[in-house]
Design a binder for this molecule. Structure first.
Ligand SMILES: Cc1cc2nc3c(=O)[nH]c(=O)nc-3n(C[C@H](O)[C@H](O)[C@H](O)COP(=O)(O)O)c2cc1C
Length: 493
C-alpha cells in the first residue's frame, strides 16, 4: 500500500472522543482505525476493520464533524478489501527492554517537557501505556515563562513540520515536584521515572540530584541542553563545553547511586566531545537531542497581509518532524563512537510513528523519548507506536527490541565511500502516471533536462539522465520509481 492510497484519510481531524466511533452501531472504532493508518500503523489499523461496514448506512459519516465530507464507509471498505488480500497474522513481540539495567515494558518514554510536567499528566500517560516519563526539568531558578511561547511551520494540511518553543523549565516549586515523584513511584512502581535536573553550580547539581533520588527517581537526566535559558552557563551553554559536562556529570554521579544520563545539545558540529566528556564524568547514558536553535517565523511579514503582527522575532528550540534527520545523524554518530561503547543512548527528536522509532533503534538507540508528537496528537499515540513496532519486529522475525538495536549502523556510509561509478535510472509507471508534468518541470529547472514531455507523457533520455532521482522525489503520484538497475557510467568523451 502506498501513500497515495492513504491520502483520502488526510481530511480526518483526528477528533477527541470522535463522534464517528460513538455512533458506530457495530461498536467498531473508525476514528482509531483511521488514526492508526495515519500514524503508519496500517496493518494494526486494518486488522480492526470488520465486514459490517459493507451493509451499513454509515451513521459515522452522518455524525462526523466534517458533515459527510469524509467518506468513512468507503475508506473502511477499501481497507477491509486490502486486509483480506494481505492476510497478515502475527504473534505479539514483547517490547520490554532496559535502561541502564532497569527493566521497562516498552522503549517509549515521555521526554522532559510540558507533556510530563504534572502528576495528573504523567499518571494519564502511564495509564495510556507509556513505559515511563522523563519529568519536566526541575531547578532552583525562578522560572517566568513567556506568552505565547510556541510557533510552528505547518504542512498544507495543518500538521506540524517543525515546532519552535521558548519554554524554560518547571515553574512548580521543588517541594511540589518532589511530592509528585514520591506519588508517581508509589502508584506506578513498575514504570520508569526519570527526573531531569539543571543546576547553576556544583552545589545545586548535587542538591537536586540527591533530593530527586530520595523522592523515588529511578534515574536522573542532566539537562545540559535547553537552548532557552536566560542565565549564563546553564542549559545548552554547558552542553557546548565538554569540561563543564564532565564536571557536572561527575558531581552528580558522586552524589547518587542511581543511573545518570546526560542530555546533550545538538547546537554543535559534533556531539562526541561532550558525550565522551559525560562518559569520563561517569554517565551511564546519553540522551539526545534537545531542541535546535531556530527562528521559525518572521511574524512581522504577516502584517503586509493585513494580519496582526507580533513584532518580536524570537530564537527558540526547534523540535518535531523536521529535526528527525538531524537527530538520527547525531544518534548514529554516538552509536558508532568506539569510546562510547556500552553507554545507553536514549534518543528523541521528531518521533511520531513506529517507523521513526524503529529507525532510531536501528541506529543504536536503546530507549526513545517523545514530546512534540504528544503535544500535537496526545498520549494516545502510544498505542500505534507499540503495536506498529511489535508488528514490524514480528514481520522481520526479530524477537526483541535489542535484536534491532544498531542493526543498520553498518549501512551508514561515509561520504568517501559512496559509490560514484554507476547510474540508476528512474522508471515511469505508465498505468499510474496522470501526466501532470511535475517530473518534467523539476528535471528542466533542477536536474539535467533528461525528461521529454509530449502529449502529457514523460519519457527519459538516458544519455542526459544522471540518475539523481529528483523526478522520483517530486512525483505527487508515486508513478516514477527507481529502476534499481545499476548501469556503469560511460566515460566522458
Ligand atoms: C515545549 C517544550 C518544552 C521542553 N522542555 C524541556 C525541558 O524542560 N527539559 C528538557 O530536557 N527538554 C525539554 N524539551 C525538549 C524535549 O524534551 C525534546 O528533547 C525535544 O523536543 C525533541 O523531541 P521531540 O521532537 O519529540 O519534541 C522541551 C521541548 C518542548 C517542545
Amino acid at each position: 500500500m502506498n501513500h497515495v492510497f492513504t491520502k483520502e484519510l488526510l481530511p480526518c481531524l483526528l477528533c477527541y472522543d470522535a463522534p464517528c466511533s460513538q455512533h458506530c452501531k457495530e461498536g467498531m472504532d473508525p476514528a482509531k482505525i483511521i488514526r492508526s493508518i495515519r500514524l503508519e500503523n496500517r496493518i494494526g489499523g486494518m486488522e480492526k476493520i470488520r465486514d459490517c461496514c459493507f451493509s451499513c448506512d454509515a451513521p459515522c459519516e452522518k455524525h462526523c464533524v466534517l458533515h459527510r465530507k469524509l467518506p468513512i464507509k468507503h475508506i473502511m471498505e477499501n481497507f477491509y478489501d486490502y486486509k483480506t488480500m494481505r492476510k497478515f497474522t502475527y504473534d505479539k513481540v514483547d517490547l520490554s527492554t532496559e535502561i541502564c539495567g532497569i527493566k521497562i515494558e516498552n522503549p517509549f518514554l515521555l521526554s522532559s517537557s510540558v507533556v510530563s510536567s504534572s502528576y495528573d499528566m504523567c499518571k494519564r500517560a502511564l495509564q495510556a501505556g507509556w513505559a515511563g516519563v522523563c519529568f519536566k526539568t526541575i531547578c532552583m531558578m525562578d522560572i517566568h515563562e513567556a506568552s505565547p511561547r510556541f510557533s510552528a511551520v505547518k504542512s498544507i494540511d495543518g500538521a506540524f513540520v517543525a515546532f519552535r518553543n521558548i519554554e524554560q523549565l518547571s515553574d512548580h516549586s521543588l517541594t511540589e515536584n518532589f511530592a509528585i515523584f514520591h506519588r508517581l513511584k508509589e502508584e506506578f512502581p513498575t514504570k520508569f521515572l526519570l527526573v531531569s535536573i539543571m543546576g547553576r553550580d556544583e552545589e545545586e547539581w548535587r542538591y537536586l540530584a540527591k533530593e530527586a533520588e530520595k523522592s523515588g527517581a529511578d534515574a536522573l537526566e542532566l539537562n545540559f541542553s535547553c537552548p532557552n535559558m536566560t542565565e549564563e552557563f546553564t542549559g545548552s551553554d554547558v552542553g557546548q563545553i565538554p569540561e563543564l559536562v564532565e564536571r557536572y556529570t561527575r558531581v552528580v554521579k558522586e552524589s547518587v547511586s542511581i543511573p545518570v544520563i546526560s542530555k546533550l545539545t545538538p547546537n554543535v558540529m559534533t556531539m562526541s566531545p561532550a558525550a565522551e566528556a559525560a562518559k569520563r564524568g561517569g554517565a551511564d547514558g546519553i540522551a539526545a537531542i534537545n531542541t535546535i536553535k531556530s527562528i521559525t517565523d518572521l511574524n512581522v511579514i504577516h502584517s503586509l497581509d493585513g494580519e496582526v503582527a507580533d513584532s518580536n522575532i524570537l530564537v527558540g528550540g526547534l523540535s518535531g518532524p523536521s529535526v528527525k534527520p538531524i537527530a538520527l545523524r547525531f544518534i548514529s554518530e554516538l552509536s558508532q563512537n568506539e569510546n562510547l561503547k556500552g553507554i545507553h543512548i536514549s534518543a528523541m527528536g521528531g518521533i511520531y510513528t513506529w517507523i521513526d522509532a524503529a529507525s532510531f533503534i536501528a541506529l543504536g538507540a536503546g530507549s526513545l523519548q517523545v514530546t512534540t508528537a504528544v503535544m500535537e496528537y496526545g498520549y494516545r499515540i502510544i498505542d500505534d507506536l507499540v503495536e506498529g513496532l511489535q508488528l514490524y519486529l514480528a514481520f522481520h522475525k526479530l524477537s526483541s527490541v535489542k535484536e534491532l538495536q544498531g542493526a543498520l549502523l553498518n549501512r551508514v556510509t561515509p561520504v568517501t565511500e559512496i559509490e560514484r561509478d554507476y547510474v540508476i535510472y528512474p522508471k515511469f509507471i505508465r498505468e499510474k502516471c496522470v501526466g501532470c508534468g511535475r517530473c518534467y518541470i523539476s528535471c528542466q529547472d533542477g536536474g539535467h533536462q533528461a525528461i521529454k514531455f509530449e502529449n502529457r507523457v514523460p519519457t527519459l533520455d538516458p544519455k542526459k539522465c544522471v540518475g539523481c532521482h529528483l523526478c522520483i522525489m517530486v512525483c505527487p503520484n508515486e508513478s516514477v520509481v527507481s529502476s534499481e538497475i545499476k548501469v556503469k557510467k560511460q566515460p566522458i568523451q
